[in-house]
Design a protein around this ligand. Structure first.
Ligand code: LLP
Length: 427
């Protein structure tokens, strides 16, 4: 899972630069993104799915430089708010290659999407269909192109908080209850809206190919039902993202080519059975593109001996830059970097700086006995859903994000300052 590799002096290099050197120059905590790794993973998807539309899910990590990499690799972009859309727009991301998602898109989100002319809006509620029809009626823009988000009733066997394919959660229109069929009928009935296809997304950090297989079959079944009911063969099917990555050595991984092989077979079979042409497929990987490119560097602030005998190693970041252990029980590996050490034989818990006992980054770390304040730690696999989920809890400024490539570093997002934090305080 780790793109970084160890060097002689105990440092770790990413994109040809030692992390300790970057920490000296840019300070800590620090997020570092390996541009080549992002690009390589984009290509793995476009190679495995040559006929599909691969849309990067910007919620994993988005800024203008990242949007530029995604565009130059020929991917589309999935955004889920006017804010993400503003990044895409100001990066010059082609509007027709943008899809907009969200279970509760606000009128502002929808207005932004329509005025930029995004390629597709994935509708997620009856009120959204009504709202879009009203907005489209007043405008002279071409008809908004919509997909209907369907909940196929598939359990992806992932953490409950990121499982979105089953009926009892907030996303999409249930296939089983008939809500999906009703939503499709309502969009078709709106002359000012164009229905281009169906969408589903069964969840995130999924490594079970059977779950994708089952949802693809159900969605083809629904496309056939739409044809039978309305005489319309919808041209597109978006199967969402959710492709799992290994956070630690030995964790399962979902290979894009294996996924593509399975999906191509399933789609061909299901379409043959239903006498349908294979629709144009979209997939929406976020984590699988961004996660492994990222590594976060922290500085150790204090070391304590826990009553149990283990070490408590506190760093200068924590749940404000990585809320995933707290939210999903996510587990990471961690390494001491930047100095020679004789190997790790002490069990330690890496904790953050925030005012909660639950602010734990890594539970079962191994460090040398002489680990001390001032040491640098690196936590790999932090490129997705880390900076994008960062907060200012305890009024801690958010870390910068650096891009590294061929021995050069450039700032993609600068470090937040106390001034940034105070600027919003209206008192
Ligand atoms: N498409 C849709 C409609 C989505 O909702 C998502 C993620 C994706 C694509 C991309 O999923 P990915 O390929 O990245 O798994 N904060 C959580 C993950 C939330 C995922 C939300 N939706 C985490 O840190 O694990």
């Amino acid at each position: 899972p780790v793109t970084a590799y160890p060097r002689q002096d105990g440092d770790m290099a990413v994109g040809g630069i030692g992390l300790a050197k970057l920490a000296e120059r840019f300070g800590t905590p620090l997020h570092v993104m390996d541009e080549e790794d992002v690009r390589r993973r984009c290509r793995a998807f476009t190679r495995a799915f040559p006929e599909a539309d691969v849309a990067y899910a910007g919620k994993a990590f988005l800024c203008r430089v990242m949007a530029g990499w995604i565009a130059s690799e020929g991917l589309s972009l999935d955004v889920c708010s006017a804010g993400e859309l503003a990044v895409a727009r100001t990066a010059g991301f082609p509007a027709r290659k943008v899809l907009m998602h969200g279970n509760a898109k606000t009128p502002d989100d929808l207005r932004a999407a329509l005025s930029y002319g995004v390629g597709r809006i994935v509708v997620d509620s009856f009120s959204e269909i009504t709202r879009l029809a009203a907005m489209a009626a007043g405008g002279t823009t071409p008809r908004p192109r919509l997909m209907v988000r369907v909940t196929p009733g598939v359990d992806g066997h992932t953490h409950e908080a990121i499982s979105t394919g089953t009926d009892d959660q907030k996303f999409g229109f249930s296939l089983a209850s008939g809500a999906a069929a009703e939503a499709i009928q309502r969009v078709i009935a709106q002359r000012r809206l164009e229905l281009v296809g169906l969408h589903c997304h069964i969840g995130s950090q999924i490594t079970d190919l059977d779950a994708f297989d089952l949802s693809a079959r159900r969605m083809i079944g629904l496309l056939a039902a739409v044809r039978d009911a309305h005489g319309i063969t919808l041209p597109q099917l978006d199967l969402g993202g959710g492709f799992g990555v290994p956070y630690r050595e030995g964790d399962p991984e979902l290979d894009p080519q294996a996924l593509a092989d399975r999906l191509h077979r399933v789609l061909r079979e299901a379409c043959d059975e239903n006498r349908l042409p294979v629709p144009k497929i979209t997939i929406e990987p976020g984590r699988a593109i961004a996660a492994r490119a990222g590594v976060t560097v922290y500085r150790v602030v204090s070391v304590k001996h826990a009553a149990s005998g283990g070490l408590l190693v506190a760093v200068n970041g924590g749940m404000s830059d990585n809320p995933r252990p707290g939210l999903y029980g996510a587990r990471y590996s961690v390494r001491l970097i930047g100095r020679k050490s004789l190997g790790g034989d002490r069990t330690a818990t890496v904790v953050g700086r925030h005012c909660e006992a639950g602010d734990v980054l890594v539970k079962d770390a191994q460090f040398p006995a002489d680990i001390r304040p001032g040491d640098l730690l690196a936590i790999p696999c932090t490129g997705a859903y880390h900076h994008s989920m960062a907060s200012n809890y305890n009024l801690v400024p958010r870390p910068p994000v650096l891009a590294v490539r061929e021995g050069r570093a450039r700032l993609m997002i600068r470090r937040e300052t106390e001034e940034d934090l105070l600027r919003r305080d209206a008192g």
